[in-house]
Design a binder for this molecule. Structure first.
Ligand code: ZN
Length: 139
């Protein structure tokens, strides 16, 4: 467990037609935020979400080929292999209000999105391979 001081808080729109995960990652890298949290709401034109198959130890990804509301996108920023890395999960709602969710993958294209990033100051949080889960977890 590590304690942090809060740094800057950024509120910004993300560009139409950009990739949600890449747009958040680009923003964190531009602002040099290596440890923090992210949240976003808005809408996507299409999405790609993942589910970690715990016994196979790999992600199963699926595409959602329709416009969806981002009812919630939550995640964090830490260092992975020395690079600023965003891990986020997303819950999306269709026109009937039915929700689907999972690990946010590249391939989720923004219609409109409003994002909040909070920076945490202190020693950067780092990821590394975890034998027990097969995931890259905080060390
Ligand atoms: Zn995940």
């Amino acid at each position: 467990m590590t304690e942090y001081e809060t740094g800057k808080i950024i509120l910004t729109g993300l560009p139409h037609n950009s990739d949600l995960l890449e747009a958040i990652t680009d923003l964190a890298r531009r602002e040099k935020i290596s440890t923090g949290t992210i949240m976003a709401i808005g809408a996507v034109q299409r999405a790609r979400i993942g589910y970690y198959d715990q016994s196979a130890r790999e992600y199963r990804e699926q595409d959602i080929e329709e416009p969806m509301e981002i009812t919630s996108c939550l995640g964090n920023i830490s260092l992975k292999d020395g690079e600023i890395f965003v891990h986020a999960h997303v819950t999306l709602a269709d026109r009937e209000g039915r929700v689907m969710g999972g690990h946010l993958c590249a391939g989720t294209i923004i219609f409109a999105a409003e994002c909040r990033i909070a920076e945490f100051k202190g020693e950067s949080l780092k990821r590394g391979y975890d034998e027990t889960t097969g995931l890259s977890l905080w060390q």
